[in-house]
Write a protein that binds this ligand. Structure first.
Ligand code: NI
Ligand code: MN
Length: 228
């Protein structure tokens, strides 16, 4: 069984076979997160890109848990320079970790860590995780792209995590089209309601997929879901 917990924005904790995998841990400064970074335990952190609302509390959580950060190579190197253990990969590449297989997919977006300067952190990505017999796709931040058809063809997706908030990523209508390209069994929307600019209603997304044969699960912030 795979347990998934949504901490808002693009942050999911996935528990599988005794391993804890944390995606894009933006907790501090995330108005919808109901947990503190110090309360999170994990073995791995998977980063889709370097934007602050995804990189978030990576350094603190990775160091405290001695977790390995998995990220596109430039971002993985950036994490190493901050004292984290990291495993760099790149788009199209896959690797068999102890917990399962990871493959990086394209994402159409930017990637930089921004403070008073802008630090380039390579290309953004999405992930296909294979955990046991389950395939899970985390799209990261991206616009709609036709190659989602290929991702769906090459991987029978049990679950797709898709941004719906618009402005920085796909909006609801584009995410509906993405679902049709990917053909997952289940889709969970993400990257909405964190900020005013992406204050979208996931119920509208679910409504637009009614009758499509694809199940939509809307998670409350902090809610868990068991993928059987
Ligand atoms: Ni972003
Ligand atoms: Mn984002």
């Amino acid at each position: 069984m795979i347990k998934l917990t949504y901490h808002g924005h693009a942050c999911f904790l996935i528990e599988s076979n005794g391993y804890k995998l944390l995606f894009d841990p933006f907790i501090t400064g995330n108005p919808v997160a109901k947990i503190k970074p110090e309360d999170i335990s994990c073995n791995y952190i998977l980063l889709t890109h370097g934007h602050n609302d995804h990189f978030g509390d990576t350094v603190e959580i990775a160091k405290r848990n001695k977790a390995t950060v998995i990220a596109p190579f430039e971002l993985a190197t950036f994490c190493e320079q901050k004292g984290c253990k990291a495993h760099g990969m790149h788009i199209g590449g896959s690797y068999d970790f102890d917990f399962g297989k990871v493959k990086l997919t394209i994402a159409h977006h930017g990637s930089a860590y921004i403070t008073d300067t802008i630090q380039y952190t390579g290309n953004p990505c999405g992930y296909v995780l294979t955990l046991g017999k389950k395939n899970i796709y985390h799209a990261g931040d991206t616009g709609l792209f036709l190659d989602m058809q290929l991702i769906g063809k090459r991987n029978k997706l049990d679950l797709a995590l898709l941004p719906i908030g618009g402005n920085f990523t796909m909006d609801i209508d584009d995410a509906v089209q993405a679902v049709k390209f990917l053909k997952p069994k289940l889709v969970i929307p993400m990257h909405y309601q964190t900020f005013d600019l992406i204050d979208k209603d996931p119920a509208e997304f679910a409504k637009k997929l009614r009758g499509s044969g694809i199940k939509v699960k809307i998670l409350e912030f902090g809610e868990s879901y068991n993928l059987n």
